[in-house]
Design a protein around this ligand. Structure first.
Ligand code: T1G
Length: 689
């Protein structure tokens, strides 16, 4: 075995040159890997004793793509297209031996081989769209020539991988190995090299493009199908254009089209934001100051107190990954209702073909119900998910303190209340933590993990790892009203309400936020959550627009009317009654109304989010700015192609952000707009978050 580069070895077995890549953690196509493959192919081509070549990877996976961490700097030669061209022109048959995930440039590498063999659990994908990009090394031109246009369109626009069986069936791979990937790949290469001199090259395949030549409407169909989900994104459309080029242009022209569109995306703000976010998401799980040798506490049985919307969704997360979970409710009717909703959720998913019937039974079988909190005595983790009332939560934790086993983790799903106050009613505050799920808890990826002042490191480390186990993205946050997500949201909602009072129709405010990329605007979101969250009917005295709406029983979608009127399908229509009520309230409040530009509406909603994020960082409530962005993208629908509020602030320039905050402070005379000193300091020193 000869080291070609630090990441690539070369050796000849029988008559097959094996190019072995070993570049942990995912064999990304860093400079050393590209150089090693290039030199390995050159060596094999010159060696007359070599009759074939195998590309193989050590470690957990085949090449998982270009090295994203290299994107920020000018790539060093050999560039990937040059490496793949050399591979593609090899006169000796090349076999890619795939295990793990062949993704992006990894799959593109295999497509420049003559043959592809894989383990049964291997996966194949072109996820560049998630980075705001497209496969830039021939993937959009070769993949449709192997799997057909329709499947290629689905793969590049969704970024979702396919498994080995589907890959075999679609012609993407030639064989699924039985046991030893490396040995069987070498044997496969020997067999192919003894079958004569000509070997298939993907670029020469035309027949699988024919269907799209005859029925080009497929492109319009795909565009229509993904329009809603990809609203605002550039990459999906650019990927489609590349596949269109594969069908309408000769191969080498298609490659040029792909390269041009790739460079356009790479140079744009969306891919910069999505590449940033790729690392931000992974950074969030890292907690400085906790010894990595701190043992994880075992979690094999979970208890959930409260079987309502949140509790039921939380319980589903456990069942989805095979963890038995017990839901405790106060009465049988509530328990039956909660368990019934869970079963209905699973059956709905199964009816869409996304879950097998037997999985519905397995998962429902993992969820049991009880009216006794004592039934949670043997649980390793107990999550309280009752309504937001401190007295109720304190009572529950006092009782849990008596019931739960000593090493149990006691968690509250509170979305804003003081976790320390809850922890301090127990004799074990070091075991108390916040696990703030987002509704619907079985769908939303974000989990805010709230670190109490006494929460012990093993409890934190265990919960951060447990989040990954239940397929959540966790961010560790400190205790303050609303933690990170809701605290920032309060600022946006406060300003949105003021802007509406000062003259902007609620539907215009919502349109501006929708066009920015949020899934819905401030007022539709308020109606969805319910306007009566935290509203006290007894004490309500028409002091705010929200009070007056609730007093008229306009409490949001659930009552068919809130800021908007809703039809039976919960579709919103602006309400003239609400517009008049707001106008009346403005007059009663002495507020002068006026026209608003879209830009000012966006400023008034987004700048306070940035400013509050700066305060959160300054107070140490979040560990890093990118964590705030992870909270906002995964918990509140901030458009990922804008990176999150803190990345967005950096892209505007912090000096500009401060200048705008001061502008609104002068314009409104409201100290609400005072820039965070931390933000000002960064801006004055030309720094970024
Ligand atoms: N480049 C650099 N680092 C990467 C990486 C990559 N492509 N993929 C993963 N990592 C790091 C990651 O940051 C983390 O680091 C560690 O590996 C484990 O990752 C020309 C232009 C492969 C399915 O988009 O989907 O090819 O935090 O935590 O959950 O057309 O990583 O440990 O320091 O995610 O087991 C296309 C991205 C690139 C694949 C494994 N490829 N990666 O998931 O581990 S663009 C991708 C993934 C491209 C070409 C184009 C996943 C995974 P650290 P992880 P995992």
């Amino acid at each position: 075995m000869v080291a070609v580069t630090d990441q690539v070895d070369y050796n000849v077995e029988q008559t097959i040159a094996v190019i072995t890549i070993n570049n942990p953690p995912v064999n990304a196509l860093s400079h050393g890997v590209r150089e090693g493959i290039y030199k390995g192919i050159e060596t094999a081509s010159r060696d007359d004793s070599v009759t074939g070549i195998v590309i193989y990877c050590e470690g957990r996976t085949f090449i998982a793509g270009a090295d994203i961490s290299e994107f920020g700097s000018a790539p060093k030669e050999p560039h990937l297209p040059a490496v793949l061209t050399l591979l593609d022109q090899s006169t000796k048959p090349v076999v890619a031996a795939v295990h793990g995930t062949a993704l992006g440039g990894g799959l593109e590498t295999t497509l420049c081989c003559n043959y592809r063999v894989a383990t049964a659990d291997a996966k194949f994908g072109l996820p560049e769209v998630h980075l705001g990009l497209l496969p830039g090394a021939g993937g959009t031109q070769r993949l449709p020539r192997v799997v057909g246009v329709e499947k290629a369109l689905s793969m590049v626009t969704s970024g979702a991988p396919i498994g080995a069986d589907e890959a075999l069936e679609s012609g993407l791979i030639d064989m699924i190995v039985k046991s030893d990937l490396r040995a069987e790949a070498i044997a496969f290469a020997i067999a192919k090299s003894s079958q004569g001199a000509s070997h298939p090259r993907v670029r020469d395949n035309q027949e699988k493009l024919q269907s799209a030549v005859e029925s080009p409407e497929i492109f319009a169909q795909v565009r229509k199908m993904i329009a809603r989900k990809t609203r605002g994104f550039l990459a999906p459309e650019y990927n489609i254009r590349c596949i269109e080029a594969a069908v309408s242009q000769p191969f080498d022209e298609g490659i040029k089209t792909e390269g041009k569109l790739f460079m356009e995306l790479m140079a744009g703000p969306q891919s910069r934001a999505q590449q940033y976010f790729f690392f931000a998401e992974r950074q969030a799980s890292k907690v400085a100051g906790i010894d990595k040798n701190t043992p994880d506490l075992p979690i094999s049985k979970v208890g959930v107190i409260g079987g309502g919307l949140m509790g039921g969704g939380i319980a589903m997360n456990m069942a989805n990954v095979g963890i038995p979970v017990t839901i405790v409710e106060t009465n049988q009717a509530a328990l039956d209702r909660g368990l019934g909703i869970i079963r209905k959720n699973y059956e709905n998913t199964a009816s869409k073909g996304r879950l097998r019937a037997e999985d519905v039974e397995t998962r429902c079988g993992l969820i049991s119900g009880s009216l006794e909190m004592e039934s949670l005595a043997d649980c390793d983790l107990i999550i309280e998910a009752v309504f937001e009332n401190m007295a109720v939560k304190k009572d529950i934790f006092s009782r849990l303190d008596q019931i739960a086993k000593p090493e149990a983790i006691l968690a509250s799903n509170t979305s804003a209340l003081d976790l320390n106050e809850i922890a301090n009613v127990t004799s074990r505050p070091e075991s108390v933590i916040g696990l703030h799920f987002f509704s619907p808890a079985n769908v939303m990826k974000l989990l805010e993990i709230v670190r109490g002042e006494k929460t012990a490191d093993p409890v934190i480390k265990t919960c951060m790892a447990f989040a990954k186990r239940i397929k959540k993205v966790a961010t560790l946050v400190g205790v303050c009203p609303g933690f990170v997500g809701n605290r920032i949201l309060f600022m946006r909602q406060h300003q949105a309400n003021l802007v509406a009072l000062e003259g902007a129709p609620v539907e215009k405010v919502d349109q501006v936020l929708f066009d920015f990329g949020f899934p819905m605007g401030a007022f539709q979101m308020a109606d969805l959550a319910g306007l009566d969250l935290g509203w006290d009917k007894e004490k309500s005295n028409s002091e705010t627009v929200r009070d007056r709406l609730c007093e008229q029983d306009r409490r949001g979608q659930k009552t068919g009317a809130g800021f908007y009127d809703y039809d039976e399908k919960r579709r919103p229509t602006p309400s003239s009654l609400v517009a008049d009520l707001i106008k009346d309230h403005a007059e009663k409040s002495g507020v002068t109304r006026r026209e608003f530009s879209d830009e000012e509406i966006l400023d008034r909603c987004v700048l306070p989010m940035i400013n509050e994020g700066a305060k959160i960082l300054d107070e140490g409530i979040a560990m890093r700015a990118s964590d705030i962005d992870v909270v906002y993208v995964y918990g509140y629908g901030w458009p990922i192609y804008r990176g999150g509020p803190m990345h967005y602030a950096n892209s505007i320039g912090l000096g500009k952000v401060v200048e705008k905050l001061r502008h609104y402070q002068d314009k409104t005379g409201d100290d609400f707009w005072t820039p965070s000193p931390y933000l000002v300091d960064l801006a004055e020193n030309g720094k970024k978050f």
